[in-house]
Design a protein around this ligand. Structure first.
Ligand SMILES: Cc1cc2nc3c(=O)[nH]c(=O)nc-3n(C[C@H](O)[C@H](O)[C@H](O)COP(=O)(O)OP(=O)(O)OC[C@H]3O[C@@H](n4cnc5c(N)ncnc54)[C@H](O)[C@@H]3O)c2cc1C
Length: 273
């Protein structure tokens, strides 16, 4: 059976089609999906496009942002209000890739990809998922990623995120061997709000350190309630690799990723470029 391409004009129609055909795939920006087709790894089944304008919409309400699943990295970079997401958006490929690569597609990108998702995980994003024709359901990104690892999917219609009130509270760092657009050795995003000089509500997320972007919970515990001084940073550094399961690939070995993670986490926490 050859590949069939179909177009849905609404998100609801797209979700219904995807739910009704387990072999179907949504075409978002296509930077990964079309690679599968071009390389002969995907040879049959339904590929579904969605033309609903809501899929590509960015909505802002106070500190709350909703990014449609089809919002591209280039579109994120055009919005000044999304400045805290500019570093992760700019970390995705080169300019040509960023005009196609979408927020929704990045949630499904396999390691070592998924740099934008790392930032969303640190920001405690909610994923709006439609399974069939029902209303979208808000799923915490961490839960969504765990379900993705088990193979379950739905249509991601949007991602909702609270933008940090103080831009300095959010930090992102991608480590790659080829600059500026190489694949990640690892990436780190951290939300570090402070109250009275102490970190309250730390969230630290890692990319390329496991099968999906993950939280660095031991490092979060090491900084929580503390001033970000030398002793705290040393404790976070010591805890950085706890629970990680990096892969060995063409970019870096598992050993190397574990070795350099603490160094880069310490640099990020101490505010070094
Ligand atoms: C040269 C190159 C460089 C790259 N560099 C990076 C990089 O540095 N960092 C990085 O993170 N990624 C990188 N990527 C990978 C990719 O471009 C991004 O991860 C991108 O965000 C994927 O989005 P997409 O819209 O192109 O996904 P697509 O290819 O359209 O889709 C990918 C998968 O996700 C599924 N999917 C997509 N959207 C949805 C949705 N809304 N609901 C349900 N399923 C969905 C598709 O069915 C498919 O299985 C690179 C790719 C290329 C080709």
């Amino acid at each position: 059976m050859p590949i069939e391409i179909r177009t849905a004009s609404t998100l609801s129609e797209a979700a219904g089609v995807l739910a009704g055909d387990r072999g179907s795939r949504l075409l978002s920006g296509g930077t990964l999906l079309m690679r599968e087709v071009n390389e002969g790894r995907l040879t049959e089944g339904l590929i579904l496009r969605v033309t609903d304008p809501a899929y590509r919409q960015i909505s802002l309400s106070g500190a709350r942002a909703e990014l449609g699943g089809g919002v591209t990295m280039a579109a994120v970079l055009k919005r000044r209000e999304l400045a805290c997401l500019h570093a992760p958006a700019r970390a995705i490929g080169g300019p040509a890739v960023r005009t196609m690569a979408t927020v929704g597609g990045n949630l499904f990108a396999e390691t070592p990809y998924g740099d934008f998702t790392v930032a969303l995980l640190a920001l405690d994003a909610q994923v709006m998922v439609m399974q069939g024709y029902g209303a979208p359901r808000a799923v915490p990104l961490e839960e969504f990623l765990a379900a993705r690892a088990r193979g379950s999917q739905g249509l991601v219609v949007a991602v909702q995120v609270n933008l940090p009130q103080n831009p300095g509270d959010f930090r992102f760092r991608k480590v790659s061997r080829v600059k500026p657009k190489g694949m990640a050795v690892l990436s780190i995003a951290a939300l570090l709000p402070t109250s009275g000089g102490r970190v309250t509500g730390a969230r630290i997320a890692l990319g390329a350190m496991g099968p999906t972007p993950m939280r660095a919970k031991a490092a979060e515990r090491a900084v929580e309630g503390k001033a970000l001084d030398t002793a705290t940073i040393a404790a976070a550094r010591a805890a950085a690799a706890e629970g990680t399961r990096p892969a060995t690939d063409a970019i870096a070995s598992e050993w190397y990723r574990r070795e350099v993670l603490p160094v880069h986490l310490a640099r990020l926490l101490s505010g070094q470029e």
